[in-house]
Design a binder for this molecule. Structure first.
Ligand SMILES: CCCCCCCC/C=C\CCCCCCCC(=O)SCCNC(=O)CCNC(=O)[C@H](O)C(C)(C)COP(=O)(O)OP(=O)(O)OC[C@H]1O[C@@H](n2cnc3c(N)ncnc32)[C@H](O)[C@@H]1OP(=O)(O)O
Length: 155
């Protein structure tokens, strides 16, 4: 159902859509897509074996990368919500965020080849600082949690 909406990353302007983790204009990248659903965000990604740590599990760098891009996308979406910007009615998202700090806790090994689900919840917005709490799970089991500090860029 949420796929009828546009992903946050698809609302980035073309010239800023080359991020390896989430840029729609990077054919070699992960092209992660974050959707705003009510007061939380969601994204999915199914890793293949080139992202192996030990056979059967995903290397931590990919987990961090997914949390990074889901986190900045979520932060931009939550900042828009807070400013009453309706993302259904914009072609380009007017708020841009970059990661200042990312914390990842690896709880259990992330299984290879399963559909991973990322969720994000806003913790706080204080001036230009947006804090988002995230989980990354596989088949309902939380494999990692993440905490991002994203900074709203000035024009
Ligand atoms: C690669 C850069 C891209 C630039 C242009 C892109 C346009 C974006 C468009 C569409 C997005 C699409 C792309 C998705 C991106 C995917 C996610 C990534 O991987 S992003 C890459 C990794 N991140 C960086 O390379 C940031 C490098 N750092 C910086 O550029 C600066 O440090 C920046 C912008 C984050 C902050 O610099 P300040 O000069 O604007 O602001 P100050 O005053 O230093 O910080 C603001 C507040 O945040 C706190 N703060 C900053 N860094 C902190 C930290 N590490 N921990 C705790 N607090 C921190 C400060 O203490 C300050 O707080 P107080 O207002 O005084 O309360």
């Amino acid at each position: 159902m949420h796929h009828k909406r546009k992903a946050i990353q698809d609302l980035y302007p073309d010239e800023l859509a080359h991020c390896y983790g989430c840029g729609k204009n990077n054919p070699d990248g992960h092209q992660l897509k974050t959707y705003l659903m009510g007061d939380e965000t969601i994204a999915h990604f199914t890793p293949d074996e080139k992202f192996t740590a030990i056979p059967g599990s995903v290397y931590g760098g990919l987990v961090a990368s997914l949390l990074d891009c889901h986190g900045t996308g979520s932060a931009a979406a939550f900042a828009c919500l807070a400013e009453n910007i309706d993302l259904e009615n914009v072609a380009i998202i007017p708020i841009r965020c970059v990661t200042a700090s990312l914390k990842v806790d690896f709880k259990v090994p992330t299984p290879m080849g399963k559909k991973l689900e990322l969720k994000g919840k806003l913790r706080s917005i204080e001036g230009r600082k947006i804090l988002v709490d995230m989980t990354l799970s596989a088949e309902g089991i939380v494999c990692a949690t993440g905490e991002i500090l994203a900074i709203k860029l000035k024009d």
